[in-house]
Design a protein around this ligand. Structure first.
Ligand code: NAG
Ligand code: NAG
Ligand code: NAG
Ligand code: NAG
Ligand code: NAG
Ligand code: NAG
Length: 495
């Protein structure tokens, strides 16, 4: 791919610069390697300035009782050995691909790691970092240090690594991983901090009832087969997703999975992806839930662009969940309900706009990488020499961004799009919808989506949600043009 090639050229440019500095030493012999680098330089067109990485934890145990989940309570929610290895491998891959940009050895000024305060994401980050900064990149004791000083003040303390000058066994490196309690972590756990999330989601389902009915009808066969597996009857994609999740855990953890056809598996993946999009894609909800994160992302990128990145921070890593990968993917048009529907049913769902990407739900250890680049030559109509621009990778593939058939987007345009997208988190998530709309007349008028045959969710909750959301929508609309969100609002969330 062209993109990967470009990146390699950038690495080579960096290497070349280092070499240039040391030219004095090197004048003796201009090696063939150097000639090769000189040749590559002729094609280099950008320099990588900053990387922001966010990933989902690796494989875990089940999180529900469906299928054989109930028999696996011992690993419920927890990262498994497979998950550790996945992240070790991903971290190692980062070290390999970003060689020359990522420091060879951990540097506290350049690397910042944050995780949700959840066992499996904390462990994923630790595993990832073992790959990124492996054995033999750790710290050494001062050569003339007296043994006495390696001892903690503890009765009977001793030195367990006598005559070894590495700080830790096999010269491993430990790296700080920051986390905030779930309650209040708007950047990484926005849905858990969104009081009205369920109401908004359910009202959105009601609004999309016709489409959902169509889906359920098309995939009735799939539901039936999964119902047999789960030994529990259901006919909606949310329950399907739960069963599929446990099967997926089992595959990754080498536990028994029934033999299912490729077609059935593909249908399950597809339905799971639809489910994820339906959960978060009510438009104001999607904007609100992404706002703390996007504000945080810009707070990292802006200083680099403005030349104010004084500490030399160059790599920020967030260890999080499928929710995060999904939310950001939907916010940046990497996926949507519409593109997924069009993909499977092109005749019924005609595109209202071109879909430049259409990703499925995030897998274990799925990742997003934002690269902030600076152009060394004119790249295209939007990006001139010296301009900063963004590239975005999902699971290693460069995505089309900013609604063009292009994997480059100028920082200026990216910022404009993000600024438009960000919204008032509290107005959507934590403000009780206004009361006046609460009357039976409106319930009656909005009755159409409340077909009582629906067995999608409990009806009582449903009706309540409709009323709340009607009130909510009036409220959102009145706020829509205010753009009341201050960018700084969420900066208190993070250093
Ligand atoms: C992870 O750690 C918590 C303590 O934070 C512990 O109580 C629990 O058993 C572990 N699992 C989960 C899912 O929190
Ligand atoms: C250890 O070596 C360093 C560098 O040679 C020197 O500056 C320092 O004083 C020495 N420390 C001790 C305790 O001898
Ligand atoms: C897969 O999905 C299609 C609808 O796109 C459906 O017609 C077919 O029966 C499904 N197959 C299975 C095995 O679930
Ligand atoms: C760590 O990174 C900072 C910022 O880039 C740099 O100034 C410093 O020299 C680095 N430290 C080491 C030990 O390489
Ligand atoms: C996503 O697509 C919509 C509709 O085409 C567009 O208005 C919006 O700016 C796009 N968002 C981004 C971040 O490109
Ligand atoms: C996008 O560009 C690629 C080449 O860069 C081309 O092959 C592809 O057909 C284009 N797709 C669209 C939708 O324009």
């Amino acid at each position: 791919m062209q993109s990967t090639k470009n990146y390699n050229k950038q690495i080579i440019t960096k290497k070349f610069r280092l070499i240039k500095k040391e030219r004095a030493k090197m004048t003796k012999k201009i090696s063939s390697t150097c000639l090769l680098l000189l040749f590559a330089l002729a094609f280099a067109n950008a320099e990588l300035k900053f990387v922001f990485q966010l990933y989902r934890h690796g494989a875990r145990g089940p999180i529900n009782d469906w299928f054989n989940g109930a028999e696996q309570k011992d690993i419920y929610n927890e990262l498994t050995a497979t998950g550790e290895r996945q992240h070790y491998n991903l971290g190692s891959k980062m070290r390999e691909e970003y060689k020359g940009f990522l420091p060879n050895k951990y540097n506290h000024s350049e690397i910042y790691v944050r995780s949700t305060d959840v066992n499996r994401t904390l462990m994923s980050a630790a595993s990832h970092l073992q790959g990124m900064f492996p054995e033999n990149t750790g710290d050494f004791l001062p050569s003339n240090l007296t043994d006495y000083y390696t001892l903690p003040p503890f009765a009977g303390a001793k030195n367990y690594l006598p005559n070894q000058n590495t700080a830790l066994p096999r010269n491993i490196q430990v790296v700080p991983i920051h986390a905030q309690p779930k309650n209040g972590d708007l950047v990484l756990q926005p849905d858990s901090n969104c009081q009205y999330y369920d109401d908004i989601r359910l009202a959105f389902y009601a609004q999309k009832k016709e489409t959902i009915d169509f889906i359920n009808q098309q995939f009735n066969n799939t539901y039936q087969q999964y119902s047999l597996l789960a030994n529990k009857t259901f006919s909606n994609f949310d329950d399907m997703e739960d069963v599929d999740d446990t099967l997926q855990c089992n595959r990754y953890n080498a536990k028994w999975v029934p033999n299912i056809s490729q077609e059935l598996k593909e249908n399950a993946t597809y339905l799971t992806s639809l489910a994820w999009n339906f959960w978060y894609n009510q438009p104001e909800l999607l904007r609100a839930l992404n706002t703390p994160f996007l504000s945080q992302l810009m707070a990292y990128l802006d200083p680099v662009v403005q030349g104010k990145n004084i500490n030399g921070l160059k790599w920020v890593m967030f260890s999080a969940h499928d929710t995060n990968v999904q939310l950001i993917s939907a916010a940046l048009n990497l996926t949507s309900i519409d593109c997924l529907l069009h993909k499977r049913f092109p005749n019924k769902f005609k595109p209202s706009k071109p879909y430049y990407n259409c990703e499925y739900a995030p897998e274990f250890a799925s990742s997003l990488i934002f690269e902030l680049q600076q152009a060394e030559v004119k790249i295209d109509d939007q990006i001139n020499k010296g301009d900063f621009y963004i590239r975005l990778r999902r699971d290693g593939k460069y995505m089309n961004i900013c609604e063009r058939n292009s994997t480059n987007c100028s920082m200026k345009e990216f910022t404009q799009r993000v600024n438009w997208f960000v919204y008032d988190f509290n107005a959507v998530c934590n403000t009780p919808p206004s009361k006046p709309v609460l009357n039976t007349q409106i319930i009656a008028q909005s009755h159409n989506p409340l077909d009582h045959q629906t067995n999608f969710f409990e009806i009582g909750f449903y009706q309540q949600s409709i009323v709340i959301i009607l009130g909510g929508f009036a409220f959102y609309r009145s706020n829509l043009h205010k753009k009341s969100l201050e960018f700084k609002q969420f900066q208190g969330c993070e250093v």
